[in-house]
Write a protein that binds this ligand. Structure first.
Ligand code: SAM
Length: 342
């Protein structure tokens, strides 16, 4: 395989040999499950899109199995971001072998800023086709959800890698997470993650890799999902306000949406504002949250946005925040003390 990839360059040891050579054992704390089968790593990379002549950022390269498949497609440059320093020797070996086409960053992807990672000439206006940049990663399971939410926020603000345009991502996630990401309205797994991902990206389930293909074998299968940022989000709203709205709505996914959504409002205004929300949005309060279409969600969330404009203090109201709970309790006791005739 090494000969195919690097042409004139010296052949490299296989990834299993590399892991043996450097005595690297998988660390559970870093969700390390290695994909060593070249057919699968090539499929992963070829389904990401046109890599030849492009720029790539790979998350969590480990010993470099997917990295080798990326390099086989001859990108202009690849940056790999790895947290575990034990992989440094094998990644540096790969970097030396591919003559200036690869950089290695030792760091935490959750803190990594991609806003200066690629050359200016790769930038495309947001409405244009996607720039020649790919984010690829066999993600550590324990990082995938916070990372995807962080990147969706960056997409919404055209920040970080997305200041270059609509950069796509091809990422692995646990199969059940993949099902949630792609679940359409009325699907039993429709959730906060489905709405957040689909609002800002077109999401496509590319294929599933059985757990047994990884070393060590995880308990679950793994889905490969491609995210392509939308030119315009389905619902154009401030990310944090929309995130709160969706989080509260799906806190009781199976119940009639009036139950979770009234919790957007402090107790003393709950009835009045919840009634206003459903009346203005013209949505049936008895519909279960997971059944709502994007149209209904749009009417509800934009109406919520208008209510927040009229009552700015609601922006920071969060029914699970201890300070808000304490305030609600104080109001209840004040109201009940007023009702008691003295
Ligand atoms: N790409 C390799 C493969 O497919 O065989 C390894 C994939 S393994 C599922 C996840 C990789 O992400 C590991 O190498 C792990 O050390 C790395 N990792 C875990 N947490 C990370 C973080 N916060 N930032 C960067 N890399 C991380």
């Amino acid at each position: 395989m090494a000969k195919e990839i690097f042409g004139r360059l010296p052949p490299l040891p296989s990834i299993s040999e590399v892991l043996r050579m450097y005595r690297v054992h998988a660390k559970k704390s870093l969700s390390q499950n290695f994909l060593l089968e070249p057919k699968l790593t090539s499929k992963f990379v070829s389904r990401a899109g046109k890599i030849r002549g492009s720029y790539v950022c790979e998350v969590g390269p480990g010993a470099g199995s997917i990295t080798r498949s990326i390099l086989a497609q001859r990108p202009k440059h690849i940056v790999v971001v790895e947290k575990d320093a034990r992989f440094l020797p094998s990644l540096l070996m790969l970097q030396n072998a591919c003559q200036g086409h690869m950089s290695v960053v030792l760091g935490d992807i959750l803190k990594f800023d991609m806003s200066k990672l690629f050359p200016r000439e790769t930038e495309r206006p947001w409405e244009d086709e996607c720039p020649p940049i790919h984010i690829i990663g066999n993600l550590p399971f324990n990082v995938s959800l916070p990372l995807i939410i962080k990147w969706l926020r960056a997409i919404s603000k055209h920040d970080s890698a997305w200041r270059y345009g609509r950069v796509n991502m091809t990422l692995s996630v646990q199969e059940e997470v993949g099902v949630r990401i792609t679940a359409v309205p009325a699907h039993s797994q429709r959730s906060r993650l489905s709405v957040m991902c689909q609002n800002w990206c077109e999401v496509e389930h590319l294929f599933t890799i059985p757990g047994r293909a990884f070393v060590p074998q995880p308990d679950v299968n793994v889905s490969i999902i491609k995210f392509t940022p939308r030119i315009r989000p389905l619902i154009d709203m401030d990310f944090d306000l929309f995130e709160k709205f969706v989080r509260v709505m799906f806190s009781m996914r199976q119940r009639q949406c009036k139950h979770p959504l009234q919790r957007l409002f402090p107790i003393h205004k709950r009835e009045e504002l919840a009634t206003k929300l459903f009346t203005v949005a013209d949505v049936d309060p008895n519909a279960p949250s997971f059944n709502l279409t994007f149209d209904e969600l749009e009417r509800l969330s934009l109406t919520y946005g208008l209510i927040v404009e009229q009552h700015p203090e609601l922006r920071h109201y969060d029914h699970i925040n201890p300070a808000c709970i304490a305030e609600d309790k104080a109001r209840i006791s004040l109201l009940s003390s007023k009702k008691i005739p003295r």
